[in-house]
Design a binder for this molecule. Sequence first.
Ligand SMILES: Nc1ncnc2c1ncn2[C@@H]1O[C@H](COP(=O)(O)OP(=O)(O)OP(=O)(O)O)[C@@H](O)[C@H]1O
Length: 823
Amino acid sequence: MKTEQDELIEIIDDSLEEIEEPIYDAWDTSGDDEILMHVADLEKLNPRYTIQQDNWKTQHRHSNLPSTEYAKKPAEKEPSVMPAGKLVARFQSAAKLVKEEEKPGHQVTPEGSAFANKGQLPPFPVPELKFDDESELEHMLLSEEQDRAMNSVERNHVDEDVKPRHSHHRQLTFLTQQPSMNEYISNDSRESSVTPETGHKKVRAITLSEEQEHVIELARRKMNIFYTGSAGTGKSVLLRELIKTLKSTYGTSGAVAVTASTGLAACNIGGITLHSFAGIGLGVGDEAMLLKKVRRSAKHRERWKNIKALVIDEISMIDGTLLDKLDGIAKTLRRSSKPFGGIQIILCGDFFQLPPVTKGDQQIKFAFQSYSWRKAIDATIILKKVFRQQGDHLFINMLNEMRTGIISDQTLNEFRELSRPLPNDEIVPAELFSTRAEVDNANYSRLKTLPGETMTYEASDGGVIDNAELRKKLLDNFLAPKKLELKVGAQVMNIKNMDATLVNGSLGKVLAFLDSDTFAFLKGPFNSNKLLNDEDVEKLVENPTSEEYWSEEEDLNVKVTKQKKKEMELEKTFMQDQQERVQIESPLSETIFDFFMVDTDSMSARLKANVERKKEIVRKLHTSARGAKLPLVQFFTPSGDARVVLVRPETWAMEDEKDVPLVSRTQLPLILAWSLSIHKSQGQTLSKVKVDLKRVFEKGQAYVALSRAVSRTGLQVLNFDRTKVKAHDIVVDFYQSLSSAGSVMNEINKKQIIGQQKTEENRSSSSTPDSDSRPPQKRNLETMLLNRMKQTKKKLGIQFLITQSSIWHTTLLLNILCHRKTR
Ligand SMILES: Nc1ncnc2c1ncn2[C@@H]1O[C@H](COP(=O)(O)OP(=O)(O)OP(=O)(O)O)[C@@H](O)[C@H]1O
């Protein structure tokens, strides 16, 4: 019989299934269970919302960003269709005007001329389209020969250089410094590192250390492993290599589940959160409830049944009770009593870093305290070699003291000295704070210092709940802010999982604000390796539709479900609102061409001229655009590729059983990300970082923050207070019991050798059939006789071939000899 509390939990869980980061953030600051309160409030407020199972659900769109995205690599998401007719109409018009400026006195329509005089394009739709313009249009485009030449340059560009070559990348690198970016380890393992002097990532070869190799070897032997080590011992680097090993061991791609406790940590290893993988929402509720939840989703059921290995990074943030529930779920779904239903388990993390999020006074149960851990884990290894701060031994010692929470006077003084400001060079430091409010403040002050106009995006909020306070509480659970302010150059974080490489936690930088049409031109005719032929032009000219470009593209690739339609409506409204609001007529950022253009230095004068013409069209399309301008963001994927995406609105909603939204928010899925909460920084390597420890509230939090730094040179510490640097006693005890990779390996090898020897012994002894069948007394007698025989043999100097089977024969001889001797 379900209690009211159970039902509540279930509903909240369903409702907030996809909201992972906001929950951490809410708890970062408040520490208590706000979400439970919200639902309880809601029930009190309106009996209509009495909780029933499945009544509420979070609507979450996993859009593939079919056409608003430009990804140079991989190209599979690129639609093969040309942009809609209206774009070509505007393109033609723009082309015409450019030509107009080139050839003064050329005949144009009065409207065209009026706009041309103002240096603007006519608003869409173009009032008069002349087929004669086609020749001009063609003239504007490249000849086939030119096109071929251009294509080959563009192709080279695309293949060899997905990473931008310009200064904006430089800054991004230093701000985000995600170790996975630009990093590739293979047999000739390589790793990226940040060099403050040049501002460029330097790729240097890395070889896995011996202890790291030992872990790989144990995984290859299909053992269930937990490996740990202090911050910077290369756990994540090793994990990425381990994942490759597991994938090649198990063959199929779906066989290895790569997960982490938080979105950003998952992003670092190209995985998803453990909660999303498992299909358990927030993981609240008992095992039976979670099992039911997983069973409801065919996708998750299948996942559990099919996987062979489960990798969990940042395991310190996973609650022990949850691990037991997952163990139970795996056993049931896989119909196996083995730990985790026989799935190979690889756990990685550092329990001196952030612990699981708890509510109120609830006691922490670490993963290593769980029943399933004891049953499942075959080998526990501690990595000893620190790589991150390897050039700064004093700093390593200081961090080691922080780890256990015992700070000497000398270390205290050293940290106090680090309160000095960092050198003010071109590298902007990342900033870490304990609470969300501090992070928001810091981000907005950073935004203010950027030149250029601010673009403001107001969320469109909907839903039937009127109570303002309750609405606010529920809406605050969506990480998307009510008001999002951005500028060109702003560092941002994506807050929704879009696809495998653009996930909650992906970091990027705003390149420009563009309307869909200009963007479509940039990624279409401007950057395409296909020339618009006569037929294309004709088709598009015949149908210069005035509908919203973005809605057409949705229809092209996506099956429009009822739910999807509703979301599209909401997003359309958001776009219209943006359009109606006064949009700043900011000039197009010239850096945009860096991302879409070839290097003109190597081009002929004619090709260069064509490129210049295309640029001019883009500028004109941009200034004349009437559609809402959206941020064009360059993101980095875990594999290091750059993805340029025109970020469009997304909808977060809580709905009742009739799909009526209780509250909904439509907003761009972005937040500013110069400053991060310490929770989000776990797993990052930062070469220049400023940490404010004023509001540290969690054990391990100060250690996580300071250990992100590569050296003391690039670290500024504010408000260092040794009383706030604490570790959990139980973690200290646990770590005292751990062994290094080398000794674990030796131990396992030894056990295996002993095991083999025993098997061999058993085999050889079982090959003498009578020996086993003899009773013990007889065997004792036999041993005694053998010894006596050996002694006698020595005495007589006679060589006996002693075998067990000949014992009974020799006994007789022995007795005779002894008898004679005594006589
Ligand atoms: N075998 C190696 N050789 C050289 N450098 C390495 C090696 N392993 C890791 N590193 C470097 O050490 C730094 C820290 O690595 P990584 O982020 O994997 O550590 P971590 O143990 O996961 O840290 P944290 O616990 O703080 O997340 C990175 O810059 C990485 O490139």
